[in-house]
Structure formats: structure tokens, C-alpha cells
Write a protein that binds this ligand. Structure first.
Ligand SMILES: [Zn+2]
Length: 486
């Protein structure tokens, strides 16, 4: 059996004006992908590969590309990766199926729905008969084009996402079962007109914990192959922005519709339960709460400027507040500022010098902060080059590029031990489980930035109204939100 695989994944934030480039993706094509997959990992494509290989499938690789969430994908980058994928695909004949991982909320400059465009191009090349299944992020945005061009989607069920590999494996198994037993999956999706952040919908907490259990009950129905709740991605101002309930059945479209309508109804009945699952305050209050707590380190997520959802990761407002209050024993970062990083490289460890970096507001021409910095370390934050400076008793990480704060161990390359600090102020949304484990307490700071949690403060112009919470009182009839394959 010959199955094509590939992964192209990006979560695109339309409020961040910096486009995501080809360099940000570092795409890998063709057979080089297989050696990466053989080396092991936890991505959905690793899960897809493992299932297919364990069942003797001939795996035909196309593309493996992922970038940190950021601004829209540049048209040039997208077209290059799409062409690369289609070129690899054109090498293969006698294809039995296609199994991909896509984020589901990739928005492309000048195109919009990236996954819809990509699936359309793949379908045009392989024809309508070959089954195509994809795993998706839980924060995917389903469009009618995506629905029309794929046979089944299977989404993550955990946020933070700890079931990535498992979800890829589920998608691959779904495809294999359909091929072996000779049926075509069919799916139905019902839109949920809302904007909800990950920080209001962590899967271990209510209402998502109960809703995920409900998915498990739906999956237990004999004709159901998979069910998903897609939460969408709030920081993209496009007309098709919404969440969705999606059900895949063994060829029974009426049943898929019935279950998807039921899931959507259940979700909507719990709408007012989607609130912050961690204590959340404006930054000065979050800082005051952190200072009142005894044991460190208290972790404050600077969630308005979260690179994990496309923030620019250069807003220094929280640092300014800490310096004004003359606080110490705090770690802040990382601030992504390439030129400042490079300027520090020319300095001696232990030396002090004036340094300007970051921006005080999201305005493109906003000034940065100017401090007297002492260079403490040069090295890496995970895989990203970075330096550690100290100013006024506060340690600040400055990185060469945007980088998600996922694991305290990533700071070893800067000789930083998070346990040495009273407060960590991290460019992050909900805390990654490893930071959660290290912190004595976790707090959310509702800060300014391109991932601002106060949606009413963002200038949405294109989302279809009504949409919750920009509009609060409107009737919801799931039938009116049925997505049709176009
Ligand atoms: Zn996600």
C-alpha cells in the first residue's frame, strides 16, 4: 500500500504585521523527511509515520515544515512550499491514500484560507477518488473548502497540546481502516460563532474537560470514526473565523450531521463557562499578587505578547513596570530583538553598557526601553541564540528570534535556573506543563500586544457578526451554521 504523507503547519495572527517567511519554516522535502522521522519525535507526522510503518505501508514523503506562530504567511513562502509539496507528489504513482498534518488556522497573505487552498491543489493533482485524511490542531478553523477537499479530519483534544503524536496516529489509523475495509469516511461540521482563547479553554479544566468526555462518548457510537471540537483561533480577522464541531462517520452523512449538531448544541450551552482557567489580572495587579505570595518562583504569563499565538515578543512594558518599582530577583523574557542580540555579542561578559531594546507599545514606531545592562551570559534558549543581561536587579533574556517558552531546561544554555528567582515573567500564554510543574503559582497577566486577551480592544473589521464575545446576546441555531462542502 502506498500512502503519501506531509506536514505544513502554521497558526497565523493577522494583527501581527510581520509576515512569516520561508526562512521561518525551514521546510524539508522528500526522503530527507524519513530520516528525521526515524530519529523520533512527538509531532503529529511522527505519529502518522509510526502507524503506517508498523503496518507495512510504503510511505511517500512530501513536505515537513512548521514555523512558530506569527503574522500571516507570506505569499512567496506559501507558494514555494505548495510548489515543493506538489512537485514531490507528482513523483509518485499508484497512490492509495494521503495522510497529512495541517494546523488548520494558517492564513496566507492575499489568499486567506491556507489549508483550503493547499487541499484544493492536492485534490486537483490526485483526483477525487483517493482518500485524504488530515490531523489538525485543536485551534483549527474549518472552512467549507477544507471540508470539501478532505475526507476526514481528526483534531487534538488537549490544550496544552500533549496528544500531538497520538492524534497523527489516529488519523493514519482511520485512513488505513477505511482503505482495508473499502469504505470512504464522510464528515460534517457545524460552526460555532465565537472567539475563545486557549487560556479560556484548557482541556483539563471545565468546560472543556466535560466536552472532551462527550467526544469520547460520541466516538463510542459504532458508525462514528472520530469527533472533534475545533476552537478556532481568535487573533485572525477573517470572515470565516469561528469554531466548529466536527464528526466523521463510516460513510453515513446523516449520522455525521446529527452528532455534529448535538455536539455544537452542547458546546453552546456551556458558552458562559469559557472563562480564564488561571487567575488573570492586568499586569500591575498580577505583579502585586505575585509579590504577596511567599515561595518562588511565581510564574506570570505575559499573555498579550505570546509568541505561541503569534505575538511579536518584543513588548517591554512589564519590564518597565518592574524597573519603576525597583524590584529584583525577577527573570523576564524572552524579548526577541535580533539587532540588540547582535550588539551584545560584541561585548565582554560582565561588562556594563547602555542598551535599548524592544518596544513599549505595539505601535510599529514605538520606542524601546533604554537601560544600563550588564552582560551575564551568551548562549542559547533551547535552539535559539540568546543572551542574558541584568538591569536594576532584573535578569532579561534577549533572543535572536521569536521563541516559545516551553521548558525551563531550555534556559540551561544561558546558565539560568528558574528556581533561583522569586518571579518569572514569561512571554507565554497558558503555561507549558514543564513550567507549570516548576512554578509555585501560575498567573496570567492581561497585557497589551497582538495576542491581547481583551478582544474588544482589538480592531476586528472582517469577522462575521454576530460573534461571541464581541456580540453577547444572539440566538444560536446550530442548523444555520452547518458548513457545506463547496
Ligand atoms: Zn493550538
Amino acid at each position: 500500500m502506498n500512502i503519501v504523507i506531509g506536514s505544513l503547519s502554521h497558526e497565523s495572527n493577522s494583527f501581527n504585521p510581520a509576515l512569516t517567511t520561508l526562512e521561518d519554516f525551514s521546510p524539508v522535502y522528500g526522503h530527507e523527511i524519513l530520516s528525521r522521522l526515524e530519529a523520533g519525535g512527538h509531532s503529529p507526522l511522527h505519529g502518522i509515520y509510526q502507524v503506517l510503518r508498523s503496518q507495512g505501508v510504503n510511505v511517500l514523503p512530501t513536505i515537513f515544515a512548521r514555523a512558530t506562530p506569527g503574522g500571516l504567511v507570506s505569499l512567496e513562502a506559501y507558494e514555494a512550499m505548495k510548489a515543493g509539496l506538489l512537485k514531490e507528489l507528482s513523483r509518485y504513482s499508484n497512490i492509495d491514500g494521503v495522510c497529512l498534518h495541517l494546523h488548520g488556522s494558517m492564513t496566507v497573505e492575499g489568499i486567506g484560507d491556507g489549508e483550503g487552498d493547499l487541499l484544493t491543489a492536492i485534490r486537483a493533482q490526485i483526483g477525487n477518488e483517493i482518500p485524504l485524511v488530515a490531523s489538525l490542531d485543536m485551534h483549527a478553523t474549518i472552512t467549507e473548502t477544507m471540508l470539501a477537499k478532505a475526507d476526514a479530519f481528526v483534531a487534538f483534544r488537549t490544550a496544552p497540546h500533549v496528544d500531538t503524536k497520538e492524534t497523527g496516529a489516529k488519523a493514519a489509523q482511520l485512513l488505513l481502516n477505511a482503505l482495508k475495509e473499502g469504505y470512504k469516511p464522510t464528515m460534517c461540521a457545524v460552526g460555532l460563532p465565537l472567539l475563545v482563547s486557549g487560556e479560556q479553554s484548557e482541556s483539563a479544566k471545565e468546560p472543556m474537560a466535560s466536552l472532551v468526555k462527550r467526544l469520547e462518548q460520541t466516538d463510542a457510537e459504532p458508525a462514528v470514526l472520530s469527533s472533534s471540537l475545533l476552537l478556532g483561533f481568535p487573533w485572525v480577522d477573517v470572515s470565516f473565523n469561528q469554531g466548529a464541531a466536527l464528526v466523521v462517520t463510516r460513510g453515513d452523512s446523516q449520522l455525521a450531521e446529527r452528532y455534529a449538531l448535538e455536539l455544537a448544541e452542547e458546546f453552546w450551552s456551556r458558552l458562559d463557562q469559557f472563562t480564564f482557567t488561571t487567575e488573570a489580572y492586568p499586569f500591575p495587579e498580577a505583579l502585586a499578587v505575585a509579590l504577596s505570595l511567599g515561595d518562588g518562583p511565581v510564574c506570570i504569563a505575559d499573555c498579550g505578547d505570546n509568541p505561541g499565538a503569534g505575538g511579536s515578543q518584543d513588548i517591554v512594558y512589564p519590564l518597565q513596570v518592574c524597573l519603576e518599582q525597583k524590584l529584583d530577583n525577577i527573570l523576564f523574557g524572552a524579548i526577541a530583538d535580533r539587532s540588540t542580540y547582535e550588539e551584545c555579542l560584541g561585548r565582554k561578559l560582565g561588562s556594563s553598557f547602555p542598551l535599548s531594546f524592544g518596544r513599549l507599545t505595539i505601535h510599529p514606531n514605538a520606542p524601546g526601553i533604554t537601560v544600563t545592562a550588564t552582560l551575564k551570559a551568551m548562549g542559547k534558549l533551547g535552539q535559539t541564540p540568546a543572551v542574558l543581561i541584568n538591569t536594576g536587579g532584573i535578569d532579561v533574556i534577549i533572543s535572536k528570534a521569536r521563541v516559545m517558552m516551553l521548558d525551563p531546561q531550555d534556559l540551561n544554555g544561558l546558565n539560568v535556573d528558574v528556581m533561583d528567582y522569586r518571579i518569572l515573567i514569561l512571554k507565554s500564554g497558558y503555561l507549558d506543563p514543564k513550567y507549570e510543574a516548576a512554578a509555585s503559582h501560575g498567573l496570567l497577566a492581561l497585557t497589551p500586544g497582538f495576542t491581547n486577551q481583551e478582544f474588544a480592544d482589538l480592531n476586528y473589521k472582517n469577522v462575521t457578526r454576530p460573534i461571541y464575545p464581541l456580540d453577547r446576546c444572539f440566538p444560536y441555531n446550530p442548523r444555520q451554521y452547518l458548513l457545506h462542502s463547496t
